[in-house]
Design a binder for this molecule. Structure first.
Ligand code: ZN
Length: 466
């Protein structure tokens, strides 16, 4: 075998399935890891990047990102989103089928999206297709063209091009997906419960977070997940619950796993970080309690951020493996739509953009709870890669995988400022937060796409299909 193009070596490399970082040398040829060896094994003449005491960990794989191009590129776009990803240590992202126009619900629409993305990718980017009412015959062609699976909504999605599905649609679509072997990713909230809760909350003050929370009760999530589990069990199809926010759903997911259903679940950094007073007053009497201030619509997302007790139960779900992975649900919009001027929770767009800060946010919160960097790698790199079916190439530092990694300073701290957010609109509930862990460099297939605050190369990411 010829000499590697590059060797990356350091005292703290998180490779393979190791529980702790250890000294190692990563040998890279044509962007692929050919071997992970002892620190000293480096053929003379090889180009060596010494990472010293900094941590080298697998690049983050974010399977829940809304880029909104073509059609709503004023909300976000491939250039800004994938640069934000690179700055956050994300080396692969899988983009959601909605908020772009057209939505990725047919093969021609998928081709339009690929054309819009061409030449604008700083990190490797794959795509989910969508299940909407009436596109049953589009699922096979989308899968043939390389989507990684299919997203659906059980409640209105917020955009008219991506209608939500009902039980009959799911009964028809799930066997088709089972036949393809494709996972169904579901936004799981029950529309009837949301509708009646919204009606009951209609007279509450629109600038208070608790009004928004009252309109999206945990019960809506729990009920929708129960239905999905029932249907997926009957169809023997793969089911992934996106952005679990209700800890009440964990028992349902755990039971479905025990019963042998191919079910996985994700939660998001914001549900694991922030907390709010619930209508039952949980937590609000505690003087150290940090809730969501009135008018702070940068915190609005659906399902909503819930109580501190609920948040800690989600951490317990991660600890027990009931929740398999963490993804950002990066979903930005223009400032006017976020209603920061009048703080109206009812009309503000629901979505939190997290690509540039998810890794330090997670490390800050996880390390405070006794978790290690190997846990972060499992939740944010290996787990998502497995969901997308690309775990033989992505999500780990191991021979045969793409040379995607992050050079991370776990002990360094920084305060989130707008310049750190590389998304199109620097709106974020994390602004002003002091975080632990700094992304020094991000490598995609052996090339630095982000280093010391700069983007040294051009858009070197690839459109990524199975
Ligand atoms: Zn989403």
């Amino acid at each position: 075998m010829s000499a590697p193009d590059l060797i990356v070596r350091g005292k703290r490399v998180l490779a393979g399935n190791a529980a702790e970082p250890a000294p190692a040398a990563i040998h890279i040829q044509h962007g692929v890891i050919t071997a992970v060896t002892a620190f000293d094994e480096a053929p003379s003449g090889s180009s060596i990047y010494e990472t010293g005491d900094d941590l080298v960990m697998p690049g983050i794989v974010d399977t829940h990102v809304h880029i909104n191009e073509p059609g709503r590129a004023d909300w976000e776009g491939f250039t800004t989103a994938t640069r934000a990803a690179a700055a956050g240590g994300v080396t692969t992202l899988i983009e959601m089928p909605l908020n772009s126009i057209p939505a990725t619900t047919t093969a021609p629409a998928f081709r339009e999206k690929l054309a819009a993305a061409a030449g604008k990718l700083w990190v490797d980017t794959g795509f989910w297709g969508g299940v909407v009412p009436g596109n049953l015959h589009d699922l096979g062609p989308l899968w043939q063209e390389g989507v990684f699976g299919f997203k659906c909504f059980l409640v209105p999605s917020g955009v008219e091009e991506f209608a939500h599905v009902g039980e009959d649609d799911l009964r028809a679509a799930m066997p088709v997906l089972a036949e393809l072997g494709a996972p169904l990713l579901a936004h799981s909230e029950d529309p009837k419960i949301i509708e009646s809760a919204s009606k009951a909350a209609a007279k509450l003050p629109v600038n208070q977070y608790s009004s928004w929370l009252a309109s999206r009760p945990r019960e809506a999530e729990n009920k929708a997940i129960e239905l999905l589990v029932r249907l997926a069990t009957a169809a023997k199809s793969r089911l992934h619950i996106v952005h679990v926010s209700s800890a009440g759903a964990l028992d349902i997911i755990r039971a479905a796993k025990t019963a042998g259903l191919a079910i996985t679940a994700e939660t998001c950094p914001h549900y694991l970080t922030f907390a709010a007073g619930e209508p039952n007053g949980l937590g609000s009497e505690d003087p150290s309690y940090i809730g969501i201030p009135d008018g702070a619509t940068e915190f609005k997302c659906a399902p909503p951020i819930r109580s501190r007790e609920n948040r800690e139960q989600l951490w317990q779900g991660l600890r027990e493996g009931v929740i398999d992975l963490v993804a950002t649900d990066h979903s930005p919009c223009p400032p006017a739509m976020k209603r920061l001027d009048d703080g109206n929770f009812k009309t503000a767009w629901g979505g939190i953009a997290g690509l540039s800060v998810a890794l330090p946010v997670m490390w800050t919160e996880a390390s405070a709870r006794g978790f290690g960097l190997a846990d972060i790698a499992r939740w944010m790199a290996e787990g998502p890669a497995r969901l997308a079916g690309c775990d033989s190439r992505k999500g780990r530092i191991a021979a045969g995988c793409d040379a995607d990694f992050v050079v991370f300073e776990p002990k360094a701290e920084f305060v989130v400022a707008k310049e750190r957010l590389h998304q199109r609109h620097p709106i974020s509930p994390y602004l002003g937060e002091k975080l632990r862990g700094v992304v020094k460099a991000t490598y995609v297939r052996g090339k630095a796409v982000f280093k010391d605050g700069k983007f040294p190369a051009g858009p070197g990411g690839k459109e990524f299909r199975l």
